[in-house]
Write a protein that binds this ligand. Structure first.
Ligand code: MTE
Length: 313
């Protein structure tokens, strides 16, 4: 990916995107794939228009700006500062990109990103994102259903969990030279969480290719869980019998559990989770209350019936 390949005409300014969205909502039109002119706002990877349709799962809230979403990031492989990923993630080479499918399924193997994406219709999915650090954003992802992808590999009856891994390459990801986490970054979901229609793999933002700092070329998005579950730059997806260990759990098991469902009633040992700061609303705006399952209770609460969410945090 070469930064000098970006043409201003290939970038949609978020104000254009939002007006287009309003227009499409009014007219009921579905496709958001048209090319519109706008402002180049970043320069790390090739930004292309993606061919998308609107999703019925989107929230009606107004998304944060492209700038907020691409300059205030957590991606420890590129440093611990919020602006480090935007500054340093251009060293990640995202093309070609291979994803290994392994474990309890009939069709394991190595797949090129193009083959992973080929049969899927990309959707614009506007989701709330609630970080465990008690801030939140609204993000217009471009993605597709993880369930639709997983079914293609024919998981067998032993597959109870899905594990994910990020690339491990300290040359491309210099933050991995420090042992702030156990590398590679690992995450996991139960099979029913992975198969839930709200769970997506994202390849874009604002109708454009995902910038490296947001987890290019392929990242998970699970909107009812704290942001750290949404693992970036995925190179392996594995079906397993046993609950996989995650990087955050391995580093600080008392603070970060496997489930990590957004829950205003269960505090982090070092801070409250009852409220959150909405990024982009200014530092002096009052914090807003955090919603159970980040506002997606109607859709996902049934996944946890009978489970003690205090113990299974
Ligand atoms: N994935 C990897 N590989 N490395 C990370 O450090 N940070 C997580 C998650 N995925 C992280 C990651 C955290 S803590 C959050 S809040 C979200 O990514 C942030 O996603 P965003 O930067 O696109 O908002």
């Amino acid at each position: 990916m070469k930064s000098n390949q970006i043409k201003p005409s290939e970038i949609t300014d978020e104000s254009v995107y939002l007006k287009r969205r309003e227009f499409l909502q009014l007219t009921g039109a579905a496709s958001l794939g048209a090319t519109l002119t706008g402002l180049p706002d970043r320069a790390t990877a090739e930004i292309k228009n993606l061919n998308t349709i609107a999703s019925k799962y989107s929230t009606s809230q107004t998304p944060n700006s492209w700038k907020d979403i691409t300059t205030y990031n957590n991606f420890y492989e590129f440093g611990l500062g919020k602006d480090d990923p935007e500054r340093y993630a251009s060293s990640l080479i995202t093309d070609p990109w291979k994803v290994t499918i392994s474990g309890e399924c009939d069709k394991p193997g190595d797949y090129l990103l193009e083959d992973i994406l080929a049969p899927h219709q990309l959707e614009d999915r506007i989701y709330r994102l609630r970080c465990v650090e008690a801030w939140s954003m609204v993000v217009p992802w471009v993605g597709f259903s993880l369930a639709d992808l997983l079914k293609r590999f024919k998981p067998n009856s032993k597959a109870k969990y899905v594990a994910f891994k990020t690339l491990h390459d300290p040359m491309q990801m210099p933050g991995q030279r420090r042992r702030v986490l156990r590398w590679p970054y690992r995450e996991g979901l139960t099979m029913s969480e992975a198969m839930h229609p709200l769970t997506i793999l994202a390849v874009g933002l604002y109708g454009k290719t995902l910038p490296n700092q947001n987890g290019a070329p392929l990242r998970l998005v699970v909107p009812w869980k704290y942001g750290f579950k949404s693992i970036k730059s995925i190179i392996e997806i594995s079906f397993s019998k046993k609950q996989p260990r995650t990087s955050w759990e391995m580093s600080a098991p008392r603070e970060y559990g496997f489930y990590a469902n957004v829950n205003p009633e269960v505090d982090h040992p070092r801070w409250s989770q009852a409220r959150e700061r909405a990024i982009g609303k200014g530092l002096f705006t009052a914090k807003q209350p955090t919603l159970m399952f980040n506002g997606y209770s109607d859709e996902v609460a049934s996944l946890y019936s009978g489970l003690d969410l205090r113990r299974n945090y």
